[in-house]
Design a protein around this ligand. Sequence first.
Ligand code: AMP
Ligand code: GLY
Length: 431
Amino acid sequence: MKVLVVGSGAREHALARSLASDPAVTAVWVAPGGPGPASEPGVLGCLPVDPCDGDAVTALAQELGVDLVVVGPEAPLVAGVADAVRASGTACFGPSADAAQLEGSKAFAKQVMAAAGVPTAMARVCTTAEEVAEALDLFGAPHVVKDDGLAAGKGVVVTSSRADALEHAAACLAREGAQVVVEEFLDGPEVSLFVLTDGTDVVPLAPAQDFKRALDGDEGPNTGGMGAYSPLPWAPPGLVEEVVARVAQPVVDEMRRRGTPFAGVLYCGLALTSRGVRVVEFNARFGDPETQVVLARLRTPLGGLLHACATGRLGAHLADTGPLRWSRGAAVVVVLAAPGYPAATTTGGVITGADASADEAAWVLHAGTALDASGALVSAGGRVLSVVGSGQDLAAARTAAYDRLAAVRLEGAQWRTDVASAAAEGALTAS
Ligand code: AMP
Ligand code: GLY
């Protein structure tokens, strides 16, 4: 099987790395990718393309003669790239533009959850400042105000300040036709669970936890994600089965019933509240950086699994291969971000020590990197690298990740020092 991965983050580097290690996969390309996947053993190369241009991605897939296109980020999915690829007759892992609205519109996701009886925060969709004020009073503090559309993890404000909540809502509503979602605050730890589906059958991957805030101790602004780990030793037994039964399967069934089947990965962002599991959000794609740790632990070959999802054969595939296999160990990823991220990122700094190594315990995946005119590796985005460590438990995986990170140099770089520390020490409990 020949595969084209679309995207250029560390998530796509991780996908390409796992696909390249699948014995059934004979060729992997990444487009546009970057210096990281380009030097990954087993990846044939990176090719320039606008990931949101469905015709260009389709043409590239045909030129390469691939059997499967895997779309990483949300923007191409919402733009209909998966539809364009499928229309040309090539299998594509990733939902249609209609189905990707589960991520593209928070208001749409709320409607689907209501129809499917899925537990989530109570919410009001607002189009005026008056409606926002009313909803803030209805739910009380802390306030949660979300831009309805895609905002790369930066459209959500959680605050105890009513003034800040109103200000964020006003900024979102200033755009023509905008809506904001005001919702009830959910307490309790968050879990990311990725569920693969062909539109009918579903199979969960291992749960992970993401560190969304920029600074240690969950301080600072929300980011795209600063670190993650898997497994979650503190999670209640039966959590995954419960989420499949009460969240993923009902949503997949509801999407099919609406005539817009969801095939791809349904990313269930969950809060384990004192009143039970609640959905915080859905994404229509793999999470970044959680994918880096989930794939580090997956032993079942990835290519066949994604191809089965893309071609409506997930049930038959799993009947052949049996349940997914996982390493019994743990994985931790720490994101190295550029100076100033997320508010005012500075790029162009020289990076050393970030080679893709054959080390089995720790490896570096690239996100915002580029080669400058002299061929030196430089930073080119907010989240620059994902450093992944694996080990027999979270403590060992954490040590492996941070030891590898210590060998990387980028002036002014920042990272969290507490990724997975509470879980590794057994200090976390589910509420
Ligand atoms: P979202 O873009 O919906 O994932 O929100 C980004 C982050 O904001 C989530 O991962 C949570 O940390 C936080 N968040 C979103 N909705 C809520 C909520 N209802 N209650 C508490 N925190 C929330
Ligand atoms: N890690 C959060 C996300 O991918 O949206």
